[in-house]
Ligand binder design. Structure first.
Ligand code: SF4
Length: 337
């Protein structure tokens, strides 16, 4: 395996939506209301690497994951896949990219049609892309994908409907569907949050095993920092459409710098993380992404905010090898400003 081989390179990605306003509101305010769901994100994911994207709901995590896969339109920025910029206006290129980049949803029913047998639901990407010649070949590929996803023997699951499976089995069948085209990259959006605690570990072990055995790269989206710590190589913390801190998982958990990361950490139920730290409670709600605060977007909730924070937006700067943070406190400390 080539270490550090880049699979996905996101540059300056922005996703914005217009908010529908009434005619009178538009006349009255004289301007369009825009939601900046993703507001200039740079992110690299290497082969055989799991990068977790962590933040509260409303931070833009899912929109970013979908935008990378072209499931929501990108307003600005570019995505390189294995070093090559994807031209999303080129249908052939997009089709090729979609073979190699897949999504696992929080709710397996988003990828498994409840009215289809497991064999048909899992084989669907093969059919759409005309990738099998015989029924036997189709069946063999589905059995392999099911067994690689922990549903063994695969034969036993082919002719069941998704509602006949347990929650964990259903998520495994959905994962089989995402593996059937042999992807290089998977966006896993809260893949265990709807499952019983008892089956979560099994699914997480499955993802870790796939990363090892297939050198798969993952973007693992979660609101749960302890889960991110358990599964990922790197953690990116997202707040109101921007990454505010990113680094190796252990570094982010044990030596986090950004006040938002520290507030998220303070609610982690792991005593070792709280050793030598004061608990910082995160107060208030995440602001509406159509009204992002001026300056540092976290300033309305930050216990350390000072004048500059209300005026100037901090840049994401490298504090030490691979550990980046966007906070004026550290710009000053490390740049000698
Ligand atoms: Fe807090 Fe200011 Fe740092 Fe933003 S820049 S996180 S408001 S201290």
């Amino acid at each position: 395996m080539k270490k550090n081989e880049n699979i996905v390179d996101v540059k300056g990605l922005k996703v914005q939506f217009d908010i529908k306003q009434s005619f009178l509101q538009e006349i009255f305010t004289k301007k369009r209301k825009i939601v900046k769901a993703v507001d200039g994100v740079d992110l690299k994911i290497n082969k055989g690497e799991i990068v977790s994207l962590v933040g509260e709901s409303g931070s833009g995590k899912t929109t970013l994951g979908k935008a990378i896969l072209d499931l929501v339109p990108v307003t600005e920025g570019e995505i390189l896949f294995k070093g090559k910029k994807i031209d999303f206006s080129n249908k052939k290129e997009v089709k090729k990219f979609r073979h190699k980049a897949q999504m696992i949803f929080q709710d397996p029913y988003q990828s498994l049609d409840p009215k289809s047998l497991v064999i048909d639901a899992v084989a669907e990407p093969l059919e759409i892309n005309n990738l099998v010649k015989t029924a036997e070949e189709r069946k063999e590929k589905v059995i392999k994908a099911l067994e690689d996803s922990g549903l063994a023997p695969g034969e036993n699951f082919l002719y069941r409907f998704p509602y006949e499976l347990s929650g964990g089995q259903r998520q495994r069948a959905a994962i089989a569907g995402s593996l059937i085209l042999n992807p290089d990259f998977i966006v896993a959006d809260e893949p265990v949050s709807m499952l019983d605690v008892s089956v979560r570990t099994g699914i997480l072990k499955l993802l870790l095993g796939l990363k090892e055995s297939r050198d798969l790269a993952f973007l693992f989206i979660t609101h749960d920092l302890s889960l991110a710590w358990l599964i990922s190589d790197k953690i990116a913390i997202m707040y109101l459409g921007k990454i505010v801190e990113i680094g190796e998982s252990d570094e982010i958990i044990k030596k986090s710098l950004h006040p938002y990361t520290q507030a998220l950490l303070s609610i982690m139920p792991i005593p070792e993380v709280h050793k030598n730290r004061n608990r910082k409670v995160l107060e208030g709600e995440i602001p509406n992404p159509s009204e992002i605060p001026k300056g540092c977007r976290f300033n309305t909730r930050c216990v350390h905010a000072f004048d500059k924070c209300k005026e100037v937006e901090p840049k994401l700067i490298e504090i030490k090898d691979g550990h980046f943070v966007a906070c004026h406190l550290f710009e000053e400390e490390y740049n000698g400003i």
